[in-house]
Design a protein around this ligand. Structure first.
Ligand code: FAD
Length: 464
């Protein structure tokens, strides 16, 4: 086992950890980034499967994600737009199929009016509450103790409108059933993207992708940091920082912290833990974290979604005048998009099966799961969808160092109760992760902002 010394240890080489390290190194600090996996990028990961280049994890960038857009530029990478020409498909609750353009589903006049009403109500809450400290709003407790499912139905009798609006946050973002999180949590999700209207506009939310894949953002940062900084296959097991008396009050900035991993021990002055909150308890903290942290971390959990990739010889839907975009709240795959790679003559579709539907599907044999998912895609785009040349299901729920997808959110009542404390340092330990972000919450952009913020705090600069 090797022992090294650095100013700062960063735990986790996802976008948050690498951005923290990049910021600290630029300010002249010595850093070690310890990563459990044999690769960087965390929940962003590109892989070639049966000859097809696939983005297994995070990939899209929206125009408001300026921290990410600026970094992509700085790293010399390029972006391209998601294909969106032609008509989208809406599958109504009765199973009928409708094509449309624009961002409002052709759900019938009264349902459309109800959806517009709900969107306006949510836009109002978002404007008033914001993303930075939703827990501080006077109505925070009230809004955090009612589920999004029930709040929607309190405000509308139109079931189709409620389930259509529900999918944008439940299946589409938090990947939990709408009964499992609060309307305050839904407001945070929308506020982090600027407004609820932005959240329901797929041309905004799913605007651009990185040429070469989103993981290349992390790979390029890691390459610039170098092998002396980023250590792979190095899961951190223990962080010890206090004196023998084991009290938090004793911590004097600059006194040593020791971080043990499977193959490296690092002595440092500060630690940035850049892993999702559901994994904090995989690390032994000595002394133990304060009671509040112990409690809080048990209320933050990852959702679950199967991201499905289906590659075809040609993007056949385009010939039919379809964009590849489709929505159906009652479908197994509630969303589908054209996910064809930059410059690729083949066509790729991406679908998503989330929360309880994902549980059901994971209970089936793989062949049966594939058949049902492709059948769902065919409801949107035709039976050519049944016969891809490459098929792959992203399964981050099985990954030891993630355990779900896309990201962490609080259970009902958790956001107003704990949110104000989620970034509070413990001794020399700071927390950075997309799942604690305001702008870019649950997204790569938020991870970068969090990484930079934690680094700025270590540097004593407040914010950069
Ligand atoms: P992570 O990416 O999770 O990185 C944390 C790192 O810490 C990991 O590398 C992990 O291995 C490591 N680690 C954990 N525990 C330890 C330990 N004890 N010791 C050492 N290392 C450890 N975002 C978007 O912006 N756009 C999208 O389109 C999008 N789609 C997504 C699709 C999927 C399927 C998934 C899973 C996510 C998606 N996201 C998307 C979310 C985005 O990928 C995450 O928000 C982002 O990767 C979070 O970055 P992070 O650095 O905070 O955490």
């Amino acid at each position: 086992e090797t022992a090294i010394e650095r100013d700062v240890v960063v735990v986790g080489a996802g976008p948050a950890g690498l951005m923290a390290a990049r910021t600290l190194v630029a300010a002249g600090r010595t850093v070690a980034v310890l990563e459990a996996r044999d690769r960087v990028g965390g929940r962003t990961w590109s892989k070639t499967v049966d000859g097809a280049f696939l983005e297994i994890g995070g990939q899209w960038i929206s125009p408001d994600q300026t921290a990410l857009l600026a970094l992509v530029d700085e790293l010399g990478l390029e972006t391209y737009q998601r294909y969106r020409e032609g008509e989208s498909v809406y599958l109504a609750p009765d199973g009928t199929r409708h094509t449309y353009t624009g961002s409002m589903f052709p759900a019938g006049e009264s349902t459309i009016a109800e959806m517009e009403k709900l969107i306006a109500l949510l836009d109002g809450l978002v404007a008033e509450i914001g993303a930075t400290e939703p827990w501080a709003h006077p109505a925070a407790r009230e809004l955090d103790t009612i589920s999004f499912h029930h709040w929607l139905r309190q405000h509308s009798d139109d079931e189709a409108a409620c389930s259509n609006i529900g999918i944008f946050v439940a299946g589409g973002m938090l990947t939990k059933p709408a009964h499992a999180f609060s309307v305050l949590q839904a407001v945070l999700m929308a506020a982090s993207a600027g407004s609820f209207s932005n959240l329901v506009d797929e041309d905004f939310i799913l605007d651009r992708r990185v040429v070469g894949g989103m993981q290349s953002v992390s790979e390029t940062m890691a390459a610039e940091l170098g092998e002396d900084v980023v250590f792979l296959d190095t899961p951190v097991r223990t962080i010890r920082w206090a004196g023998a008396d084991g009290t938090y009050a004793e911590h004097v900035p600059g006194t040593p912290v020791t971080v043990w991993s499977d193959r490296l021990t690092v002595r440092a002055k500060d630690v940035v833990v850049a892993v999702p909150p559901n994994l904090y308890s995989r690390i032994s903290f000595e002394p133990p974290l304060p009671r509040l942290q112990h409690q809080m971390h048990q209320h933050q959990s990852l959702g679950l979604v199967i991201k499905v990739h289906a590659v075809y010889e040609t993007p056949f839907w385009r010939d039919k005048g379809l964009s590849g975009t489709g929505f159906g709240a009652h479908e197994l795959s509630q969303e589908v998009y054209d996910n064809t790679n930059h410059g690729d003559p083949r066509g790729t579709l991406v679908g998503f099966v989330s929360d309880e539907r994902a549980d059901e599907l994971f209970g089936l044999p793989a062949e049966e799961r594939r058949r049902l998912i492709l059948e769902s895609l065919s409801h949107y785009l035709g039976e050519e969808a049944l016969h891809p040349v490459v098929y792959y299901e992203s399964d981050f729920g099985s990954e030891e160092w993630t355990r779900g997808a896309y990201a962490a959110s609080y259970d009902l009542g958790g956001l107003h109760r704990y949110g104000a404390h989620q970034r509070t340092p413990v001794g020399p330990i700071r927390w950075a992760c997309s799942d604690l972000a305001a702008e870019g919450y649950q997204h790569v952009d938020g991870a970068l902002r969090q990484g930079r913020l934690a680094a700025a705090e270590v540097l004593g600069a407040g914010s950069l």
